[in-house]
Design a binder for this molecule. Structure first.
Ligand SMILES: [Cu+2]
Length: 244
């Protein structure tokens, strides 16, 4: 190759390199936009006698929760309250309810709530009329439902095997009967969140299930139902998404 040709070739290669570098730099913000933006959660504040809550602080749900439930280790009393706010709009529905054992309080949630970050502010009051405040956050991202297995049957079976719920995350229609069957030697449970209070949707709490034993409930109300096995609470988890 003669020197006359080599110089233009080198210049073209350098120009191409600069163009590729600039193009990569330019395309970065576009890539970020197409991925779902990570949500940053503020530090929660726990009131006196607080134990757990559902949805969990920092959780991202594939649909609106049916209610917000907060658990305590002391008797709740009026005038306790729960408020769920996004963009200055209240998404709590109806009055606060204190459970009959007085250890949990709950408020229904607007099923039409859009994607985004929700802040839960609560006031927990005791029989002596003293009150304490706390707060936590969760988010809704309906796009997560794309990862759910959609099952359009009247009856669905979820196996408990290899320390997992199979399938783990399912989407069903209201009016679907779900049966959990224990397929292995170790005992399992079906427990609604949170752990260990199991208060979010109390109908979804089974006794210990031995090999071959099953538990069945009917889901009638739209929303997300996070659950776990209380014997393997940190790893054996699942979600039922009910949507018509
Ligand atoms: Cu288990």
């Amino acid at each position: 190759m003669s020197k006359k040709i080599i110089l233009p070739v080198i210049l073209v290669v350098i120009a191409l390199g600069i163009w590729l570098f600039l193009d990569n730099t330019n395309s970065e913000p576009t890539n970020l936009k197409t991925e779902s933006n990570p949500i940053s959660f503020n530090t929660p504040k726990k009131s006196a006698h607080y134990e757990t809550n559902t949805p969990a602080h920092g959780s991202v749900l594939a649909a609106a929760p049916i209610n917000i439930v907060i658990d305590f280790n002391f008797d709740l009393a009026p005038p306790s309250s729960i408020s769920i706010i996004k963009d200055d709009v209240e998404y709590g529905v109806g009055d606060l309810q204190i459970d009959s054992d007085k250890l949990a309080m709950r408020r229904n949630f607007n099923p039409a709530a859009p994607n985004g970050l929700y802040k839960v502010n609560y006031t927990a009051c005791w029989p002596d009329r003293s009150c304490h405040e706390g707060h936590f956050e969760f988010a809704i991202d309906h796009f997560l439902a794309l990862n759910y297995q959609e099952i359009n049957e009247n009856e669905v079976t979820i196996k408990m095997s290899e320390l997992m719920f199979k399938p783990r995350d399912i989407k069903i229609k209201p009016g679907t009967k779900v049966t959990w069957v224990n397929d292995e030697v170790v005992e399992h449970y079906v427990n609604t969140d949170s752990h260990p209070d199991h208060t979010y949707y109390p109908a979804q709490n089974s006794q210990a299930l031995k090999t071959g034993e099953s538990y069945t409930i009917l889901f009638t109300t739209n929303g997300i139902y996070p659950y776990h096995c209380s014997a393997h609470a940190s790893t054996m988890t699942g979600n039922i998404l009910v949507s018509d």
